[in-house]
Design a protein around this ligand. Structure first.
Ligand code: PA5
Length: 462
């Protein structure tokens, strides 16, 4: 199992001004945490609670359909192209980066054992879209368009461009190059997919985008490139079982949620840095940033009070960002908690040759890069605590499907518990709607004429 070390948030280590008396706080909050966990588990099957993500590890039916489709299209495509944004892309991106061989798309077909390359188009930069479409042979590409709402402008505009090109190249048969993942009944994409005859998968009811990685949203792209999705879901289920434990001392998601909440509300530490010491986990930070930010950044609490809460998440990468951000974290404002992720065993052991023995770099010779990266992780967390900066370390025995499944699920539960502590709605995102509506208005969508009028006036003032 993955582990959490919270020693460096203890007041005895970093002082009472910045740290917490954890044993005391665990006692104080035990009853609250018990209630939160029991409540989440009671509510999870009720429609409208947006807690269906807690059941995704057990969805054998989806697993079966995903595997069946992946085996059906095996060897038929050179590339997988995922069209999606936010929660519809970040989970798949984070897990493929973690679990595929590094530089996957640069490997030869033989090195990939016949499995396709995979590309995520999660932005609407005209240059990068054109650049990617220039290098992909669309005839040999399976396009997985993913959108829960079925109408997100970024995803649908990409879809329209790719569909148009594919149809011109393949005629009616273009439909076999599309697989849509969307709501089971509603939305424009669902309608189009049915009319045009695309294979479809469902984004389950009551699962928000940022909590959808273990539904077909994440699982399908992973299965298409040969990732062992059974191992991932095994990790999810084992973690789910562990996190049903209401004893806070045994529940790492509850511990880290409480630590973040108390450090924010009592000690003014409202920035949460996610810093894996593993390039393969780099996009886990991007995924975490969205999860934490969209879930916890809210202006009203559940009782309707104005609160404007939410710790700001920041992504970092060890050891790279030691040479960029750590100066600020050690000596700048003491307003953060740093989450380190440390990997115990890497797939490769890379020895540093014993050359230049009698020079200033001689001490590196005979050691391994593995030792170096973990020495840097350890020294950075100790140095931070010397500066009285709170930090926790999540340890992954290995970067594999089982542990990555555990990690992501643990962070989802941590977010849900933090949301309950802040007493806010973790699962909505009203704050992104206003700009979306303005975009519709600017792009001339019917029904948004009034917004267009207001917007034009406001833009001219600016
Ligand atoms: O987490 C979320 O709900 C969002 O980030 C959505 O995933 C994102 O806005 C994309 O929405 P959709 O899947 O409807 O295209």
């Amino acid at each position: 199992m993955i582990r959490l070390n919270c020693r460096n948030v203890e007041a005895s280590i970093i002082g009472t001004e910045n740290g917490l008396e954890l044993e005391k706080e665990f006692d104080n909050y035990q009853e609250t945490i018990t209630k939160i966990i029991a409540n989440l588990n009671q509510r999870k099957d009720k429609p409208g609670q947006w807690l269906q993500w807690m059941n995704l590890g057990y969805n054998e039916e989806t697993l079966w359909y995903v595997k069946e489709y992946a085996s059906m299209v095996k060897n038929r495509f050179e590339n997988i192209l995922v069209l999606g944004i936010g929660g519809s892309a970040l989970g798949g991106l984070a897990v493929t980066e973690a679990l595929l061989k590094p530089y996957w798309n640069l490997l030869s077909e033989e090195q990939r054992e016949g499995l396709p390359r995979i590309f995520f188009l999660d932005n609407i930069d005209p240059d990068s879209i054109s650049g990617l479409l220039d290098i992909l042979d669309l005839k040999k590409t399976l396009v997985n368009v993913i959108t829960k709402s079925g109408s997100t402008a970024e995803t649908m505009s990409q879809f329209m461009i790719v569909k148009d090109r594919l149809e011109k190249e393949l005629g009616d048969n273009y439909r076999y190059n599309f697989v849509a993942t969307t709501d089971k009944k509603t939305g424009v994409l669902r309608q189009i997919a049915e009319q045009e005859g695309y294979k479809t998968f469902v984004v389950p009811d009551d699962v928000g985008g940022r909590f959808s990685v273990f539904s077909a949203v994440g699982l399908l792209p992973l299965a298409l490139v040969g990732i062992d999705i059974d191992a991932i879901l095994k990790g999810v289920k084992d973690m789910d079982l562990a996190l049903k434990n209401t004893d806070i001392r045994e529940n790492i998601a509850a511990q880290n949620a409480l630590i973040h909440y108390l450090l924010d509300t009592r000690k003014g530490k409202n920035l949460s840095v996610m810093m894996p010491y593993s390039s393969r986990l780099k996009y886990v930070s991007d995924w975490y940033v969205q999860l934490w930010a969209e879930s916890l950044g809210k202006n009203k609490d559940n009782d309707g009070n104005d609160v404007n809460v939410g710790p700001t998440p920041i992504k970092a990468l060890g050891a790279t960002d030691q040479h960029s951000q750590i100066q600020l974290y050690n000596e700048g404002p003491n307003n953060k908690i740093i989450n380190f992720i440390r990997v115990e065993e890497f797939d490769n052991t890379l020895e540093i040759p014993n050359i230049f023995e009698y020079t200033g770099i001689g001490y590196l010779g005979g050691k391994t890069i593995n030792q170096l990266i973990n020495a840097e992780a350890d020294s950075t967390r100790v140095a931070l605590s010397d500066y009285n900066r709170p930090n926790v370390t999540i340890t992954l025995p290995k970067v594999d499907g089982y542990n990555v499944g555990q990690l992501l699920y643990m962070l989802e539960v941590q977010t849900a518990i933090a949301g309950e502590l802040y007493n806010i709605n973790t699962f909505n995102q009203p704050g992104v709607e206003q700009a979306k509506n303005y975009t519709y208005a600017l792009m001339g969508r019917a029904g948004y004429e009034e917004s267009a009028h207001v917007l034009n006036e406001k833009m001219s003032v600016v």
